[in-house]
Design a protein around this ligand. Structure first.
Ligand code: SF4
Length: 792
């Protein structure tokens, strides 16, 4: 298929024809449009005086939402009068970057009188939320002396910087804390993220890298998009993602959504919705493979040429017969053919639907099976990740326009600078999900627990720095157990938190500091992965109350510890670090504008004349471009996984594993409903939970199918108790056919609020979730929960 077929498709419909004509006009006037061009996008009226002395200052939101949007603050006399967003002329190569509903309410949220106003120290029991006011001097002195004391007493490996993404930008508070401790002898480092542990970890076992996505401007080239647990209407994956989906749809792509919920993305785009029971994705995938093999729909030539381990003829040396993926699917190795009827019993997806889905994917080339991060945030989250990569290979959709290699799907064409964290003298690392384990049994933890860089952890965690993050309590699993661990002051001896509000995590601080909001500091931001642009987050107003940015007080801590100059590298303010980031970006992108120009304009965009396609080189010229795997092939069978010798939980080929707390677990007798979370449009993780405008826009409520609700006498608006052995939460119910029977869904991020009985009353899903990690990545399984629900 030609590179420009996508644009031909665009030409065939009225909406897109206009876009194409604009594109043509741009191309005609831009002789340098070979590969990439770029431009400083003016955020129009930027800093131009408007009526009544109001200035419009460009900035961008730092929520960990996946997008990064144009926010224009209309300011007068240090007061933000209103907020508007991108209204610039559209260019289909790099369209508008418009704020979502959260961005429209930033003013209400970040300038709220509920903000923390001054530094405090704990006076009650840890977690009780009782504090008294102190000076900044006392706060800084205490933090510096505790860092020193604990480092001396237990070693630097006892100090931990907790996973914290409440503020997501290049000058990152969490990384600043790591930089501080690195200069003071080190800290216990983590790997993984809460969002993507299984997919980031498992995808490279197939492809050798997690960068497996085409850029979304390629979706217009697909005939079929299968969105498998992918809901960008709510979980923003780059602020232009919905535009790209719309472009694809209008160019004629069929869109199928696979998800237990009829999501907002499905409502807006889906031609078909296929609900399946959580944790059963691989049963459906295996059966799709069965259909393709038995109906001879798979691309055998592609598999022969590029892949290892699909069939017995293409296995690594020395592996016994019966270990290939095909043998597993046909039941030659275990006597269970993975037929659609077999998968229907497990997943509740009708066998006819599975056959139909397999045929659609195999016969509509190019097609993209794009996974969100929900399916991999399960007990065996590594399996659907690798299962999807096999289907992409079986259909020959790797390395081509309009295809998609599946797996993690990361795609990035730019290298934006960031602050240097510096060399950490402590080499041991844990998965970020296992920090509570590292508090309780740290020195017992070794390779089996996923410890990297050392045989065992050098110390248990004794000090935690938690800056702009709510994972200390709210976003971690099993909140009740986590709170119990943190309340025990003989375990962690010192916790410092910086936050905007008295969040559930802030309540567990020993020293609690008032952070300032993004309106009150300078920074630079990019979207998670999709989007060829970078934004300047201008400081818009002065600090409110006694709030300060983390950098501000960390410099003072560094001074007390005796290495201020090393810490700052001469950068006295965050703005100085922004200059550093721009200079580093210019090293990678010489065309990048001057600092002053970038700051003034607010956003810089790159323009490309064709999409980026992952593995294009490997497919077009495999001799000279092997895949970065040990074999140089797409490893459907992974010898590295095989040698781990844990075939039940870490199989060498992806397969369905009947999950603990899945639909086949005997625990369903006691807890018959599967409870999943989702990222809700009204929050970014837990940010905005206390934003009243967002509560009005979309309240916190649990979805339940009418069949399950009727059996329990529950109606829409009733409050229900949702519980399992780990805890109880109370939440209003929405009875809706938008969720399949047997499954309930609670939007994640509600702020944990226990009543006198210890029951959460805010619908905080993590009182129900488990601390048991996934077997390979040691990631979080926060969507794998069995529960029962009763009317309150
Ligand atoms: S929450 Fe994300 S997508 Fe929404 S306005 Fe803010 S940065 Fe943009």
């Amino acid at each position: 298929m030609s590179e420009f077929n996508g644009f031909k498709k665009v030409l065939n419909n009225p909406f897109s024809r206009r876009s194409f004509l604009k594109l043509s006009a741009v191309a005609a006037g831009t002789t340098a449009l070979v590969g990439c061009s770029s431009s400083l996008k003016t955020i129009s009226e930027n800093t131009v005086a408007a009526d009544d002395g109001i200035k419009i200052i460009p900035t961008t939101g730092p929520n960990n939402c996946g997008g990064r949007c144009v926010i224009k603050a209309h300011v007068k006399d240090n007061v933000i009068m209103r907020i508007s967003t991108d209204t610039e002329t559209d260019d289909p190569r790099n369209p508008q970057i418009r704020a979502c509903v959260r961005g429209r309410s930033y003013r209400k949220y970040f300038l709220s009188p509920d903000r923390l106003k001054y530094p405090m120290k704990r006076v009650g029991k840890r977690g009780e939320g009782k504090f008294e006011r102190i000076t900044w001097e006392e706060a800084v002195e205490t933090i510096a002396s505790e860092i020193k004391r604990i480092g001396k007493e237990y070693g630097p490996g006892s100090r931990y910087v907790n996973y914290a993404w409440g503020y997501n930008a290049q000058i990152h508070p969490m990384n600043l804390s790591k930089r501080l401790l690195a200069l003071d002898g080190g800290y216990l480092q983590f790997y993984n993220t809460y969002s993507t542990a299984a997919t980031s970890f498992a995808t490279p076992y197939t492809y050798g890298t997690a960068s497996t996505g085409n850029t979304p401007d390629d979706w217009v080239n697909s005939k079929l998009l299968i969105l498998w647990g992918f809901n960008p209407a709510e979980t923003i994956h780059g602020s232009q993602t919905m535009y790209r989906l719309r472009q694809a749809k209008e160019a004629g792509a069929k869109i199928i959504v696979v998800d237990p919920r009829y999501t907002d993305t499905a409502v807006g785009f889906a031609d078909e919705w296929i609900p399946l029971l959580p944790t059963t994705d691989n049963a459906v995938m295996d059966a799709m493979a069965y259909v393709m093999i038995t109906e001879n729909l798979h691309d055998q030539a592609f598999l022969d040429k590029y892949c290892l381990g699909f069939d017995e003829e293409h296995m690594p040396e020395g592996i016994y017969a019966g270990n290939s993926y095909k043998s597993y699917v046909l039941g030659e190795s275990d006597g269970v053919p993975k037929t659609p009827e077999w998968a229907e019993k497990i997943s509740k997806v009708p066998a006819t639907t599975i056959r139909h889905l397999a045929r659609e994917y195999a016969t509509n080339k190019p097609a993209a099976l794009i996974q969100g991060w929900g399916p991999q945030r399960h007990a065996y989250g590594e399996q659907p990740v690798r299962g999807a990569t096999v289907l992409a290979a079986m259909t020959g959709n790797v390395g081509i326009y309009g295809g998609w290699a599946s797996g993690a799907g990361y795609a990035g064409r730019q290298r934006i600078g960031s602050i240097p964290i510096g060399e950490n003298p402590v080499k041991a690392k844990i998965s970020c999900f296992l920090w509570t384990d590292a508090i309780v049994r740290g020195t017992e933890m070794g390779a089996k627990d996923g410890v990297q860089g050392a045989d065992r952890l050098p110390a248990n965690i004794k000090l935690i720095m938690n800056t702009a993050g709510n994972t200390l309590i709210n976003q971690h699993s099993d909140i009740n157990k986590t709170a119990e661990i943190l309340q025990d002051e003989s375990l962690v001896e010192f916790i410092v938190c910086s936050d905007l509000f008295m969040s559930p995590s802030a309540k567990f601080a020993d020293i609690l500091l008032p952070g300032n909001s993004f309106f009150e500091r300078n920074n630079i931001g990019t979207p998670w992965g999709y989007g060829d642009y970078v934004m300047y987050a201008n400081k818009v107003i002065d600090n409110l109350y006694e709030s300060r940015s983390e950098y501000d007080w960390l410099v003072e801590v560094a001074d007390k510890l005796g290495f201020k100059d090393k810490f700052t590298m001469g950068n006295e303010t965050e703005e100085d670090w922004c200059r550093y980031v721009v200079a580093k970006t210019q090293e990678n992108h010489p065309e990048f504008p001057s600092y002053d120009e970038f700051k003034k304009r607010g956003v810089y965009k790159w323009f490309y004349d064709k999409p980026y396609v992952a593995f294009k080189k490997q497919i077009e010229d495999p001799e000279n471009n092997p895949f970065p795997t040990p074999s140089g092939k797409i490893e459907i069978f992974s010898q590295r996984l095989y040698e781990m010798n844990e075939p039940k939980e870490i199989p060498a080929v992806p397969k369905y594993i009947s999950s603990w707390e899945g639909p086949e677990d005997p625990l369903t007798e006691k807890y018959p409903l599967q409870c999943i979370g989702w990222h809700y449009k009204r929050r970014s993780h837990s940010t905005h939970d206390n934003n009243p405008w967002m509560e009005e826009a979309a309240r916190q409520e649990m979805w339940m199918n009418p069949e399950d609700a009727k059996a329990r006498g529950i109606k829409t608006g009733d409050k229900a108790k949702v519980f399992n052995d780990r805890g109880t939460t109370i939440i209003p119910v929405l009875v809706t056919s938008r969720i399949m029977p047997g499954v309930v869904a609670i939007p994640q991020g509600g702020w944990y609020q226990p009543n006198e009985k210890g029951e959460d009353i805010r619908g905080s899903i993590n009182v129900l979730t488990s601390l048991r990690p996934t077997p390979l990545a040691k990631g979080n399984p926060q969507h794998t929960n069995l529960v029962e629900v009763i009317k309150q």
